[in-house]
Design a protein around this ligand. Structure first.
Ligand code: 0XW
Ligand code: MG
Length: 370
């Protein structure tokens, strides 16, 4: 089997309510790119990358288009089922730009699964369950609205709630965190995710003011070095999200004692092939992690939930998907991937299990190998 053609499609995912707000950025439309790989025996595999606007991480939609355009012509002729070899080739062709490589990598795994009539989860070693836990991130709001949202999430069956913090007075973050904790029975996991929006001092003050609440500080500050300065000064575990962009960075964050866990993202590390190695490092080091992506439609949701399902359950912190936050995505023929009772069931079909007919879509924005 050889890659004969690569097509690139573009869609806009729009946040319900018009806005997705975090400490340092607000997103009103997330542009996603879907890669379609067509093989010489006319099989089709799909992958996707959807950065969360241009300011969340050093990735943006225009960069995905440019990076895929740079690599795609020289991937023609490779066997997509040999995912390690495709990744080595991509790294030879382009330094960095993991997010663009992630979309191509996903399409290769989709094809490998379709060719062997196996789910991606089976290819990754097997799912503990086809139903995985998810979690919700509460966006900055008043104390009353935050408390009401937390109550609703508990009633809806969520077992893990992330409060978005930063970008406003620290006293608001502290008041909202207490309001969330009051609504949650023991056992619900709580996180304060500042998305790099706090100083070291903010994180220490917040941790002291919330000392009695069992919670995790997720990526409070911008760099790993800043997080290092928190160790021993905060009374809560620290999970690293934006600062963990590779297997090497993951090893470094664990072994230097900075990371007690991760908010891991598929496109940030470069796709399923590289995330599999991160998963195995976290497993070997008994370190909990989520398996998320920034944003994305059903292709990303399937990839992240299938990978998540293969984690040792005691270490798996769940998979966040953007579907419940959006009011528009790209059309697919399979049943949409949804959240029910705080859980997501991933599709059954081979590969990623997402059925796509590109006749339902606008024409591709780029075609390589025709
Ligand atoms: C809540 N998320 C998983 C969704 C957005 O990509 C941001 C992210 C996070 O935890 O930072
Ligand atoms: Mg985060």
């Amino acid at each position: 089997m050889q890659i004969a053609e690569i097509r690139l499609y573009q869609h806009a995912l729009t946040p319900a309510g018009g806005n997705y707000q975090m400490s340092i950025s607000a997103v009103t439309a997330a542009i996603t790119h879907v890669v379609e790989i067509i093989t010489d025996d006319d099989q089709r595999g799909y992958g996707e990358v959807c950065p969360l606007g241009p300011a969340y991480q050093p990735e943006f939609a225009g960069g995905a288009l440019a990076a895929i355009t740079e690599m795609a012509p020289q991937l023609l002729g490779l066997d997509p089922r040999r995912t390690n070899l495709v990744n080595v080739r991509m790294d030879e062709l382009l330094n960095g730009h993991n997010y663009a490589k992630s979309a191509i990598d996903l399409a290769c795994w989709d094809l490998w699964g379709k060719d062997t009539d196996s789910s991606v989860a089976d290819l990754l070693g097997g799912a503990h369950s086809d139903r995985v836990p998810t979690y919700w991130g509460i966006m900055p709001a008043t104390v009353e609205a935050t408390a009401a949202k937390a109550r609703q999430l508990v009633d809806d069956g969520y077992q893990r709630i992330q409060l978005k913090t930063g970008g406003r007075p620290l006293s608001d973050d502290i008041a909202c965190m207490h309001a969330v904790a009051e609504q949650c029975p023991p056992g619900i996991k709580l996180l304060a995710d500042a998305n790099r929006g706090w100083t070291v001092r903010d994180a220490i003050e917040f941790s002291v003011a919330c000392r009695e609440i069992p919670l995790v500080l997720e990526q409070p500050c911008s760099t790993l070095e800043e997080h290092r300065r928190l160790v021993g000064k905060v009374s809560h575990p620290i999970f690293i999200d934006e600062s963990s962009s590779s297997v090497a960075a993951t090893i470094e964050a664990i072994s230097s004692g900075v990371a007690d866990g991760f908010g891991m993202k598929l496109s940030r590390v470069g796709g399923l092939t590289k995330l599999r190695a991160v998963r195995d490092v976290c497993d070997a080091m008994n370190t909990p992690t989520t398996v998320d992506d920034t944003w994305g439609g059903d292709l990303v949701a399937s990839a992240t939930t299938q990978m998540g399902a293969t984690l040792r359950p005691a270490l798996y912190e769940g998979t966040w998907i953007s579907g419940p936050y959006t009011d528009q995505s790209y059309p697919v023929r399979s049943s949409p991937i949804v959240v029910e009772n705080g859980h997501i069931t991933f599709p059954k079909g081979p590969g990623l299990g997402v059925e796509i007919d590109t006749n339902d879509w606008e024409p591709p924005v780029a075609v390589f190998g025709q």
